[in-house]
Design a protein around this ligand. Structure first.
Ligand code: ATP
Ligand code: MG
Length: 411
């Protein structure tokens, strides 16, 4: 992509009403546009980051045998009434509206009930099980507060996955596999070292659910952590968890975190409430066991922006960066820069080419703000010496390289 063709422009200042660092940086660098509090549009650079995150999540969910689909945002009231979750006292984030004929409908904040309802058409016998389904879907939640930038949206992208099993044991096995898949996701996203599988409230069948909590000052959660034993507990359940795990509270360190994922074992309660059953090999009706597994895709993007940025701007890990290389041309070297741009792209390296007629300082500042892993500079002086300047965004280190050395490093 040539920057001269990119419609977004970098900003020196974030809008005055934006208080979250992640959104300030993402707005300034042209990744997102703020429509209103908690509601953000994803611009060309932002989409590429989201797609990279989704690709990683998709690969790991496919690897544990899950099927991708897309459910609807408009949802039926009757479906949610079966579990009493249509009630605003039970779920306090609903957006509800009406069709022209006055039928009340909701905007999807989650999809357990609609998925189970749909599966009545597909799941009949033990031969149809187990199954796992997932989607990337914009969720709508009428959140009370939305001051954390894209980390808390009123409209946001979640990966939600649901699995159905013939027994509690089979669900538990899949649940454990999902924990491992989630760890691989966060590792690949570059936040694995600071992300903890955390005991949390909300399990229906089991006493606890498991959250994936990433250490982050801008996070809204607090967990208690035992780094050596690798135990993490959400403060909401600290008393009961400490008792159950037999550990001393004084051994635990209190840290601020952001919840980047949450998985639940619903047992057979929800499927019973919804009236979804299967017949076993003796043709008898049996209950189904449900697991539900979320990842906050846009929240993860915000957490990465918060955690890995520095005073100059964003710093993307390679796996999620919108482009790998920021190519800067200085002076009368358009021909050489264009040639490198095209040959890198030909070799499968994604490049954002700053072909604008701007001062070098301006280009360098934008490169730092946008946070691509590598900056390659071409200038008249460098061309005369047959050299390329390579700068690493994360460390700020710079090297002078031959073309072959450059391609070996960034190719
Ligand atoms: P929170 O406690 O932060 O409100 P939650 O527990 O209500 O989140 P879940 O229903 O568990 O959220 O949703 C699954 C995942 O979706 C969460 O782990 C989180 O990463 C993400 N998520 C939830 N709410 C939001 C939101 N408003 N904006 C962005 N991501 C969200
Ligand atoms: Mg949660």
């Amino acid at each position: 992509m040539r920057i001269s063709q990119l419609f977004t422009k970098t900003l020196k200042q974030a809008p005055a009403d934006e208080v979250a660092k992640n959104a300030q940086l993402l707005i300034r660098a042209g990744y997102v546009y703020k429509e209103m509090a908690g509601v953000y549009a994803y611009l060309p650079l932002g989409i590429r980051v989201l797609e990279n995150i989704k690709k990683i999540v998709r690969e790991e969910m496919n690897a544990i045998g899950s099927n991708e689909l897309i459910m609807t945002s408009l949802q039926r009231k009757e479906v949610w009434e079966k579990t009493s979750r249509w009630n605003d006292d039970v779920v306090d984030v609903w957006f509800k509206t009406r069709l022209k004929d006055d039928t009340e409908v909701g905007l999807g904040w989650s999809h357990e009930e609609p998925i189970i309802e749909m599966l009545k058409n597909y799941v009949h016998s033990y031969k149809d099980l187990p199954i796992s389904l997932y989607q990337f879907q914009p969720k709508m939640r009428n959140e009370l507060r939305a001051k954390s930038g894209i980390m808390r949206g009123r409209e946001f992208v979640m990966k939600d996955m649901y699995s159905l099993h013939t027994s509690a044991e089979d669900l538990q096995t899949y649940y454990d596999q999902t924990i491992e898949a989630y760890k691989r996701v966060y590792n690949r996203l570059g936040i694995g070292a600071d992300t903890y599988v955390t005991f949390a409230s909300g399990g229906a069948f089991t006493r606890f659910s498991h959250e994936f909590q990433t250490i982050c000052d801008a996070g809204e959660d607090v967990i208690y952590l035992h780094r050596e034993k690798n135990i993490a507990i959400n403060e909401e359940v600290i008393d009961s968890a400490v008792e159950e795990l037999g550990i001393e509270r004084s051994e635990l360190e209190k840290v601020k975190t952001a919840e980047v994922g949450n998985i639940f074992n619903f047992g057979s309660q929800k499927t019973n409430d919804m009236g979804l059953f299967y017949t076993d090999n003796k043709d008898e009706r049996q209950s189904l066991y449900l697991g539900s597994y979320g990842i906050g895709v846009t929240r993860v993007m915000g957490v990465i922006a918060e955690k890995l940025s520095d005073d100059k701007g964003l710093v993307w890990p390679e796996a999620v960066a919108p482009y790998r290389v920021y190519l800067v041309s200085i002076g009368d070297v358009a021909e050489q820069a264009t040639e490198l741009y095209e040959s890198l792209q030909g070799a499968g390296v994604s490049v954002l080419y700053d072909d604008r007629d701007e001062r070098p300082g301006e280009k360098f500042a934008d490169a730092e703000l946008m946070g691509l892993p590598y900056r390659v500079t071409i200038s008249e002086r460098l061309v005369a010496n047959n050299q390329f300047e390579l700068t690493y965004r994360a460390s700020g280190e710079t090297e002078l390289l031959t073309r072959a050395e450059l391609l070996a490093k960034i190719g």
